[in-house]
Design a protein around this ligand. Sequence first.
Ligand code: U5P
Length: 376
Amino acid sequence: MTKKIGIVCYPTVGGSGVVATELGIHLAEKNYEVHFISTTMPFRLKRLYPNIYFHEVDVSNYPVFKHPPYDLSLASKISEVIDREELDIIHAHYAVPHAICSIFASQMAKRDVKIVTTLHGTDITILGIDDNFNHMIRYAIEQSDQVTAVSESLKKQTEEAFQIQKPIKVVYNFIDNVEERELSCSDLKSKLGISSNEKVLIHISNFRQVKRVEDVVRVFEQTFKRVESKLLLVGDGPEHSKVRNLVNELNLDEQVIFLGRQDNVHDLLKISDLKLLLSEKESFGLVLLEAMISGVPCIGTNIGGIPEVIEDGQNGYICEVGNINGISDKAVKLLTDDNLWQKFSSHAKQYAENNFSSDRIVRKYEEIYDQLHSQV
Ligand code: U5P
């Protein structure tokens, strides 16, 4: 019997939305019926799939409300979709508000539906420390039929912060093999004004403060003094203008290329030699996997889930947060030793394939759905 899954997620750029969308696509390819419930069409959902449906949450702003009631509109839409489409499972990405809304929706719906909640990080690491949300997050976790976290680090943090007894399963984020994707980048490097002898460093993020993009620029400044190179900055967010000012102040305008938000990061990774993710908070770091599967070694900080993705000294390096000189020394070492780079590059690809392939990880979600489905 075809299983019907409702996926509740944010449709925007960010690890959680990307993983939720890719999960839906993989499930659809395995003949599940997939129902996305979100405010807009998830941005990676480019192709038409006959068994993927999109249910738009319309957040109306009636004069009776001081603020547009997103959560109530979402809960109401989920409940409507549960009954109309006869869903078996709701998979909510984020405890707040998505799991909470799903729990509320399941109470309103006539049909018995199981709730899987995936914790992606910010709900725990940022909202969790706010007393207003702490109780609600614990409630969302306790009322879900199964909770997963995207790294061991996030699981541990959740258990400690909320004194949770309920078992949390770690299901890592996943990645498709890059060979399966069409690439269109033959002369991309020269189009971006990068000469063939220059090494390319790349950073991709939402430019929030926790990503410490200024550290990326400072590391590049040190690296560029010793290795001919350019830095690609991909993404947009609150720190963007601060980072631009720093680049200008350091006289790096010629070397640092701001690309803004991009949909096709794979082509950009294809021309890159090193990926930097120097965050002070990171529950997983999907961009690391995207780099590794393209054979790009990564340098990351020793926080959150990053050390679960990069193997220090094997396929990249793990460094202290804010240690600009230490990180640039590692970058120079890797970019000036071809043999070492080749070794790291092939290990990165292999490691991502062996541990984080979509086949392997999507199967783990399927096992969870099967187990819950048998309880209905
Ligand atoms: N991302 C883009 N374009 C951008 C910035 C980010 O597609 O301009 C994607 C990354 O490729 C990644 C996700 O899939 O957003 C961010 O995930 P994370 O590293 O925050 O987990």
